[in-house]
Design a protein around this ligand. Structure first.
Ligand code: HEM
Length: 303
């Protein structure tokens, strides 16, 4: 039985997302950190009982070629980026992803600091996003986010590579995008209008009946019955000082094409809708793809 990284663990109140690029010549130090990561997580997490500290590490396509000499996950490639008529999803640099999850902020922050220390001089952190749970798992648009995620065995089937790529069974393709919300425009909408943008009710989080759900609503565009299932672990983030409020979108899938097809429908449109209406209120500012191999992969690397 191959143990995955803690991709399927439940969402926590605290999360930190680090994206880094590997500096020239930084490969050996990066490999050492990846091999030591489980031990670092244990050292930090054990001191904060109940933190449930978890860390998932992902590797980008070009970085994979630089770091490892063996086989490569069959579907691993750089994030393509999408240029729609009205909205765009930029592709931005990133060789390494660290997705830290914790019940408490202290443990996540300590592990993020350790990762930063170990990578100093070998890699550059290009983004750090500190996510937090907002009320009942709501995003900063005020809607509950994550409800229709597959659960239990279905989540494992959706997120984890199976027998189709035997070298990488238990791994997962990860896509991250940082979205900034235009909260002034959003708040100018009535609740009924907001519900038509998302496709669910705001207070109690029920899916709108088909007759009331516009084809360009976020839920109609991304409907998993037609697109396939992914496991999302989005977190809100924000800065009052900078007036920045957003959603860190992160999705795990056994095939990156499932998430990419959703992005194509959202940004480039489909026969049903010109684009996802959520994009009139949320702008993608980053976009990067990674592969998170099964838990033992980094331990087994030759020195
Ligand atoms: C559903 C928010 C970006 C895929 C939802 C829901 C909310 C939401 C509130 C309804 C509740 C739920 O089932 O989770 C957001 C926000 C985003 C964002 C605030 C960024 C601004 C994306 C992106 C994708 C995506 C980029 C795909 C590439 C989905 C899927 C569902 C969903 C698959 C479930 C659809 C269903 O089967 O009912 N999202 N989302 N979301 N979202 Fe997003």
């Amino acid at each position: 039985m191959v143990e995955p990284q803690p991709i399927l663990d439940p969402l926590t109140p605290a999360a930190i997302f680090l994206v880094a690029t590997i500096d020239e010549g930084g490969e050996a130090v990066t490999r050492e950190l990846l091999a030591d990561l489980p031990g670092l997580r244990r050292s930090v997490g054990f001191r904060v009982p109940g933190s449930g500290l978890a860390c998932i590490a992902g590797i980008g396509s070009e970085a994979w070629d630089r770091l490892f000499s063996g086989p490569k996950p069959a579907q691993l490639h750089e994030f393509p980026g999408y240029q729609g008529e009205k909205h765009q999803a930029p592709a931005t640099p990133g060789d390494l992803l660290f997705h830290l999850k914790s019940e408490t902020q202290d443990a996540a922050f300590e592990l993020a600091m350790k990762i930063g220390e170990r990578l100093a001089g070998a890699a550059t952190i290009v983004d750090q996003t500190v996510g937090f749970r907002y009320f009942e798992q709501r995003d900063l648009l005020g809607f509950v986010d994550g409800t229709e995620n597959p659960e239990g065995q279905l989540a494992a089937i959706a997120a984890l590579v199976g027998d189709e790529d035997p070298e990488f069974t238990g791994g997962s393709y990860v896509i991250v995008q940082k979205y900034l919300h235009d909260l002034d425009s959003w708040k100018a909408l009535s609740t009924t209008e907001q519900e038509k943008v998302i496709g669910r009710t705001k207070l109690d989080d029920f899916e709108l009946p088909d007759a009331d759900k516009p084809a360009n609503s976020h839920v109609a565009v991304n409907d998993q019955d037609t697109n396939g299932n992914i496991v999302r672990a989005n977190m809100p983030f924000g800065s009052v000082k900078d007036g920045e409020f957003g959603t860190y979108y992160i999705a795990y899938a056994d095939d990156p094409a499932i998430t990419e097809n959703m992005l194509i429908r959202m940004f480039l449109g489909s026969a049903d809708a010109a684009y996802d209406r959520i994009l009139d209120f949320s702008t993608a500012v980053t976009g990067t793809s990674f592969f998170a191999p099964a838990a033992g992969f980094f331990d087994a690397l030759p020195d």
